[in-house]
Design a protein around this ligand. Structure first.
Ligand code: SAH
Ligand code: SF4
Ligand code: F3S
Length: 468
């Protein structure tokens, strides 16, 4: 398939760098050392976007704080995937009226997926008049220009037009220090699962050039990152042009020499191929871990969700993946209580979960998103009833996770130490190849290193061990 070129021309990006310079000069003329607070909600793509927001702010002369009360500029980088996430953001926006009262020059920015919803931007325009700048994910690359307009013209700026989206290379980035890094390989989503808001707020699918992705990973490895996650709403629809697919990208990245791991998420089962699993099995740097969201174990519900695979097809994929990667760690996302789902159907999901034996699950109760197809479907089952099904699912999964974890006890596994844990007896946090959390005895000198660890105990959520 031909790869659609939607890259922003270099001169347009250079203009944004000019706006950064102008903002920096403006502060320096006023002898102000501006401070920003960037609060990111939602998935790893949003985290990756947050790192770019910080990169652009740093180029504008900002330093950073976690305290909105101490900031000259506050950004809420938001998520729209469930109602609860949105409520939290409106709560936070409400609280910012106080910080702005104390500091009337404070600039308040709402961006990310919520900002792209017309319902939300309208509400902010009318009822949250202390918010100065609102822009959606597709406008992220123009942030310096939008911010400049806020400072220059001292008026509210809204950039929320519907856009298919583009690709902007070379935006500055401030990464979290440590061993983990995020690399977006594609943006947007074309799948329109009937419950999901993401395709409406993140625009159409578009893939970065393979050379750009490989160069970024190479740079990250060279600067010491050891756990690199490739991101996309559906990495399996990555299109590098001329038939170059996600498996080809993985194989090419794997050639980069060094001591590091590659992970990726998310994988849509309808586009997961045997070629992908064969490639994973062959690559030495690719973690033997797969996040393959199933959502439901009922064929009728899967059809209503517009997922475009059946329970049997999903199980076949899992079996194949395990046949070429024994010990593969598999995780999934599940939605309970999709409109019209019956108890019997929910229990089909529970039985699928039991049959697959996931290492871990991300479980959600269905949340209606205005504008999606499912939000218009009759949804007669009460929240309390859905909660019961949900609890049943958790019970089955927790027992499974505990048993899987217990099986590690006595074994020696290789882990990457990635930070401190909150357990005084096991102060170091580490991850196995399969991304299982391990708490370790030892000291901070271990952080950033791969070590062999003997597992001594476990529970539902974590493993515990000592370096050997
Ligand atoms: N692109 C990813 C998912 C991104 S959203 C994928 O397809 O795997 C992450 C998860 O949120 C989804 O997998 C789904 O389980 C959940 N989710 C999405 N919309 C939801 C909704 N309306 N209610 C409840 N959960 C939802
Ligand atoms: Fe949402 Fe489906 Fe796209 Fe994932 S694949 S982002 S669940 S529409
Ligand atoms: Fe949320 Fe947007 Fe990610 S809706 S889950 S932050 S793509």
């Amino acid at each position: 398939m031909e790869r659609k070129n939607v890259e922003i021309p270099a001169q347009d990006l250079a203009r944004q760098r000019d706006f950064e310079e102008r903002i920096r000069e403006m502060f320096s003329a006023r002898q102000v050392h501006p401070v920003a607070c960037v609060d990111t909600f939602g998935c790893q793509q949003n985290v990756a976007d947050g790192e770019r927001l910080m990169g652009m702010l740093e180029a504008c002369g900002f330093t950073f704080t976690q305290e909105p009360g101490q900031a000259d500029l506050v950004i809420l980088n938001t998520c729209a995937v469930r109602e609860h996430a949105e409520q939290r953001v409106f709560g936070n926006l409400g609280m910012l009226t106080h910080t702005k009262k104390d500091n009337p020059d404070q600039v308040i920015v709402l961006c990310g997926c919520m900002a792209q919803e017309p319902r939300v931007s309208q509400r902010v325009k009318e009822s949250y008049r202390h918010v100065d700048l609102v822009f959606g994910p597709q406008a992220l690359w123009r942030f310096p220009e939008l911010l400049y307009r806020v400072y220059e013209q001292r008026r509210r700026v809204f950039s929320v037009e519907e856009e298919d989206g583009s690709i902007a290379e070379g935006i500055p980035v401030v990464r979290e220090r440590g061993v983990k890094a995020w690399v977006s390989v594609m943006y947007g989503c074309n799948n329109f699962c009937s419950y999901c808001i993401v395709p409406y707020v993140r625009g159409r699918e578009r893939s970065r050039r393979p050379e750009a992705v490989v160069a970024e990973v190479r740079e990250l490895v060279a600067s010491g990152y050891k756990d690199i996650t490739l991101l996309g709403q559906n990495v399996n629809s990555y299109n590098g042009g001329d038939g170059y697919d996600f498996a080809d990208l993985l194989a090419e990245i794997d050639q980069i020499p060094g001591d590091y791991r590659i992970r990726f998420m998310s994988s849509h089962p309808k586009d997961a191929t045997h070629k992908l699993f064969d490639t994973m099995a062959r690559c030495t740097h690719v973690a033997k871990q797969l996040h393959l969201p199933v959502q439901s174990g009922s064929d009728r519900v899967l059809r209503e969700m517009n997922r475009r695979y059946t329970r049997a097809q999903y199980l076949e994929l899992v079996n194949y993946a395990r046949s070429v990667m024994p010990g593969l760690v598999i995780t999934s996302d599940i939605i309970i209580g999709f409109p019209g789902e019956t108890e019997e159907e929910a229990m089909e999901t529970v039985s699928l979960v039991d049959e697959v034996g996931y290492d871990a699950l991300f479980t959600f109760i269905y949340s209606p998103r205005p504008g999606t197809k499912a939000a218009q479907m009759p949804d007669p089952v009460s929240r309390a009833e859905k909660q019961k099904w949900f609890d049943k699912l958790l019970e089955v999964q927790n027992a499974r996770s505990a048993a899987l974890h217990a099986a590690y006890v006595g074994k020696t596994v290789r882990v990457l130490c990635d930070g401190e844990s909150d357990d005084a007896d096991y102060p170091i946090a580490a991850r196995t190849d399969g991304n299982r959390l391990v708490r370790l005895k030892g000291d901070a000198s271990l952080i950033g290193r791969f070590v062999d660890v003997r597992i001594t105990k476990s529970n539902t959520w974590a493993l515990y061990g000592e370096p050997v």
